[in-house]
Design a protein around this ligand. Sequence first.
Ligand SMILES: Cc1ncc(C[n+]2csc(CCOP(=O)(O)OP(=O)(O)O)c2C)c(N)n1
Ligand SMILES: [Mg+2]
Length: 323
Amino acid sequence: MTSSIRNTLNRIIHPSALGGHYVYNRAEEERARQLNLLSAKVRLLTIDSIYRAGSGHGGTSLSIVDIITALLFHRLNWNKFLGDVKGKSAEDQWQHWQNPELPRDRFVLSKGHGIPSWYAALAVGGYIDKDELGKLRTMDSRLQGHPERKRFPFIDGSTGSLGQGQSVALGYALANKTRGKGEKVYCIIGDGECNEGQVWEAAMSAPKFELDNLVYIIDFNKKQSEGDNDDVMNVEWLHSRWKVFRWHVQRIDGHDMKSLVRALEECDKVKGKPHAIIADTHKGYLGGGETFMAGGHNPVIDQESFEKAARFLGDLANSYARA
Ligand SMILES: Cc1ncc(C[n+]2csc(CCOP(=O)(O)OP(=O)(O)O)c2C)c(N)n1
Ligand SMILES: [Mg+2]
């Protein structure tokens, strides 16, 4: 199939093409402004930490910053836990995190190579010290290049081997439902990751157990490490595939904070089915229509690119702060 036909079909199945147009109220606009401000800060710290480390997955991390910001600062019910551990020693945080009685949602970053943006978001929220970001990817640091659950709190799955995080998330959701705990499980998946067979085993199982407490967010940035999805293994049919597997499916602009918040809230309303949010994103997205280092997967960040992006993000943050 030629890519122009595929693009046309893609537009037809996009909810906005079906008249799914929302009118947002003032409170929603204001919340989006605050979240966008946080997003710009998270992007800045993400790039800064990768620049200082000398390596890391910049493009990957930047494409999910808005999703991560909406989850951490708006959606996850971690307020009690995070309030209790803010400013505490690493040891105290760790003890607290391990408490099985602690009621809290779960978060699994299945595309584990995007973890720098999660560390950055935790630093923006004040849950870890900003200085610790300078230890990204260093020996014995808690902040490894892929998430390690047994080394660092705030992580519910050690990931990096693509295709496995969905199964971990599904296990949490099943356990939660069985125990009637009413907590939600969120999992971010790469679109290239959807080439993995294990993703579809999880996709098949969740509806059987009616896991409406499970939310997969697919980072549909159209690229993977080896190039464009279309050239590696086509996943343009993501939307219909999740539907066929009997999931509640939404497709949104993954850089639009209002759509993200609305889609996450929509998941509370639909019962009896697991939820897939297909978020259209751009690899290396900086905000305001700009892309960092041509959306490269894991480019080595040179000083000029870093400084240019830092200036841009500083201006962007100021514009949200003033608005
Ligand atoms: C099982 C497995 N196979 C291959 C890899 C190597 N790998 C790392 S990132 C990546 C591409 C992932 O693409 P996508 O899920 O679209 O994430 P993005 O790069 O867009 O963030 C691959 C193939 C891996 N980490 N795990
Ligand atoms: Mg991708």
